[in-house]
Write a protein that binds this ligand. Structure first.
Ligand code: SAH
Length: 374
């Protein structure tokens, strides 16, 4: 019988699992709280280490449950300290997680899907064929793997290394809403992984009908991958724009619950040479977002093999930032991190397709072997 993984279950789900395992009803609430604390505050990796639980109970837990994280396939460390893990989930699907250390904080860039269906033209992940949603185990598991590797337990400790989570890895989080919500509920739980909602940012390419729900039900900070201020350009570089054009997207931003000057939306804008980087583009950008409490994050385009674009010249990025700045918006230019290990924005891509292709080949070969010889 396979063990039930307790990671990624909701608190109520954990109670149900304990009831099924035969824990007496009176004890379930307390047991679930104890386990929750061991798993998410202390990062326990086995039941034997849960020293305040009776030995018999620990044995019962070990017979039925596991605390398995996604398997680490590779870890790469950039010369700027950025770390990238390639992880393997159930069924062999592979996905990446990136940790970006900065003075006084550390951000984990978390994936929501294996691959991505959006096919933004400048993004490497979109060239990957295999796509599936990540499960709550796999999403929460990314944070746990990072804390394990960074020796960053307990979650509630002072001077934590992992202080922020951004849903900016592979995939579109709003196409995997339920699993992302389940995972972020645990990440934001003060008795769980204990990162406050303002330290969690959900980034979307603009799945308009889900933005309101994200605000109401997840309540994290919001980032929008805008990248162009005119529909003709955005239709090409972010094809989702044909379904949800800029005006509708910005209306959803205006309606985002809890928006204020203290809680601004981040607009991400990748700088593509001669595509979206003219000063007229900059002026159009500040015109269309008028009235939205916002910050503009300018992202120098990170190249990848075969990419159809080039990064804007540095001088042009500065001039563009100037126009945005003078209109009253903070416009930090994102320093590319981890480019040497292909860990920077838009460079993530796992080999899951290749693996699938090689699996197919192996299958074909074994079929060939079984074919009767003439
Ligand atoms: N699908 C979500 C989450 C991915 S976030 C979204 O689109 O927001 C990844 C961020 O990196 C997005 O803002 C994306 O547009 C940006 N990005 C993708 N490819 C890039 C590249 N080659 N260089 C720089 N930024 C890139």
């Amino acid at each position: 019988m396979s063990l039930t993984n307790l990671i990624g279950l909701s608190f109520d789900g954990m109670k149900v699992a304990l009831a099924k395992a035969g824990v007496p009803e009176k004890a379930i609430g307390m047991r679930a709280r104890q386990l929750w604390n061991w798993i998410y505050v202390h990062g326990a990796r086995d039941f034997a280490s849960m020293s305040n639980l009776a030995k018999d109970f620990r044995a019962l837990l070990a017979e039925q449950f596991s605390l398995a994280r996604p398997e680490i396939v590779t870890e790469q460390i950039s010369n700027d300290g950025t770390r990238k893990w390639l992880l393997r989930g159930s069924g062999g699907a592979e996905f990446e997680t990136v940790f970006i250390p900065e003075p006084g904080r550390g951000t984990l860039c978390v994936s929501s899907q294996v691959g991505c269906t959006l096919n933004c033209r400048f993004c490497h992940t979109g060239t990957q064929a295999l796509v599936r949603n990540l499960t709550p185990i796999e999403i929460v598991g990314q944070v746990m793997v990072a804390r394990d590797a960074l020796s960053d337990w307990p979650s509630t400790g002072e001077n934590r290394r992992l202080t922020n989570v951004v849903m900016m890895g592979m995939g579109e989080p709003l196409y995997n809403f339920e699993n992302v919500k389940a995972a972020l509920t645990i990440v934001a739980d003060g008795d769980g992984l204990a990162l406050s909602k303002r330290r969690i940012t959900l980034s979307t390419a603009g799945v308009v009908p889900m933005i309101r729900r994200a605000g109401d039900e997840i309540g994290s900070s919001l980032a929008i991958s805008l990248h162009a201020a005119r529909d003709e350009v955005r239709d090409i570089i972010v094809p989702l724009n044909k379904k949800y054009p800029i005006a509708e997207l910005l209306q959803a931003c205006r309606d985002y619950p809890g928006l204020s000057n203290a809680r601004r939306i981040t607009f991400e804008y990748v700088m593509l040479k001669d595509v979206n980087d003219s000063l007229a583009d900059a002026r159009e950008l500040v015109r269309v977002i008028k009235g939205i409490p916002a910050k503009i994050n300018l992202i120098p385009f990170n190249p990848w093999p075969g990419a159809p674009y080039e990064c804007s010249d540095w001088e042009q990025i500065e001039k563009f930032a100037d126009v945005v700045n003078r209109a009253g918006y903070a416009s930090p230019v994102r320093t590319p991190r981890g480019r040497d290990i292909m860990a920077a924005c838009g460079q993530l891509k796992s080999e899951s397709i290749k693996q699938r292709a090689s699996e197919r080949l192996a299958q074909l070969r074994s079929q060939e072997l079984r074919m009767p010889t003439q």
